[in-house]
Write a new protein. Sequence first.
Lengths: 130, 130
Amino acid sequence: MRIGELSRRTQIPIRMLRYYEERGLLTPQRAPSGYRHYQEADIEQATLVSSLVRSGLPTRLILPLLRDRQLNPMDGDETDDGDDDLVALFAAEFARLDSQVKCLSFSRSAVQQHLRRLRATRVRHTPTGT
Amino acid sequence: MRIGELSRRTQIPIRMLRYYEERGLLTPQRAPSGYRHYQEADIEQATLVSSLVRSGLPTRLILPLLRDRQLNPMDGDETDDGDDDLVALFAAEFARLDSQVKCLSFSRSAVQQHLRRLRATRVRHTPTGT
DNA sequence: CGTGTAAGGAATTCTGACACG
DNA sequence: CGTGTAAGGAATTCTGACACG
């Protein structure tokens, strides 16, 4: 598929799909026309990248993460060996995401609870509402 | 307790505790000296407010949410009756929080998975590590 | 001993303002 | 709008010392 279709199916702006490619996170083939050509599997990949980017991961961390993912588990080594710095960076990102999820989940349920009560009193006052 | 202790126990900057009060979200008593005096219950309240603020809720929405919370369920009306606008605003916030939680959770588990593999290969290459 | 007090400094808190993205 | 910071002052608390009965 071409970029427009991928954008539509993933809800990711075309601008961002091109940006991901610029950062090496997505590598579509090219038609003679120069049009990008994506595989079905790129839908999943683009979705993952988009999620990570929106979650605040710098693209330079997303790249090694993707490489790791594409490795055959049976393969030995082509990994970022013993990269202590990388491990530390990812550990920090994980901690950040974890606490952010907790904060948002907590807020989400507080808002949900409020919403329920708000609607309850609304109904009580507007019994004729459709 | 005074503002310093509350700040320490909630991990919320003093600056923010003062700001919450300015917005009517926290209403500590005052000592003759002018020092703020907080109750134990303010710990929970401050934590809730902080979470909501960090989650991106505007303080003007947090205020009615708190009021609602403090209402006795048996009481009748003193609520924001039939406030369609409020309901819509909260519904929008809820939707936003919900999708944000999903995005972050997804990213979180992707990073966690990567971290595991990263550590696994690190160990394989550094069997003597402590 | 238990208790009050003056002394000087350190830590805490106050407000109103400016800065930033 | 939420948050940080520098400024200048006021209230609070701390410690070690001296005094008293």
